[in-house]
Write a protein of this length. Structure first.
Length: 111
């Protein structure tokens, strides 16, 4: 299965062999419900629309990371550390910051 990404290529196996597509400016990320803007990067993921029709949706790279890394990095709202994020997107950006800090501690560059 081919992975499709938009924006810049980031340091992740997900993006290594992915095919680049134009940035879907204005389309909403289904994870955070915010529009994709010029300069952002992300991935096209399989999704079902509200009528049950299969398709793809653009997801911010940070929102995709949040979906599986936020619990490991303890940036999720359910962690109980008292941090409340104003939005899902803010939590996703905090997850990327935490992952980049973890990578830096291991001598790796940012995603």
């Amino acid at each position: 299965m081919t992975t499709y990404i938009f924006g810049r290529r980031w340091d992740s196996p997900q993006a290594d062999d992915a095919e680049m597509v134009p940035t879907p400016i204005g389309q909403r990320c289904p994870y955070c419900d915010e529009p994709i803007v010029d300069g952002e990067c992300g991935v096209l993921l399989p999704r079902f629309d509200s009528e049950g029709k299969a398709g793809v949706a653009p997801v911010h790279m940070e929102c995709d990371l949040r979906s599986f890394l936020s619990h490991l990095l303890k940036t999720c709202a359910c962690h109980g550390d008292g941090v409340e994020y104003p939005s899902v997107r803010a939590e996703a950006l905090a997850t990327l910051d935490a992952e980049n800090a973890r990578r830096a501690a291991h001598g790796l560059g940012p995603m």
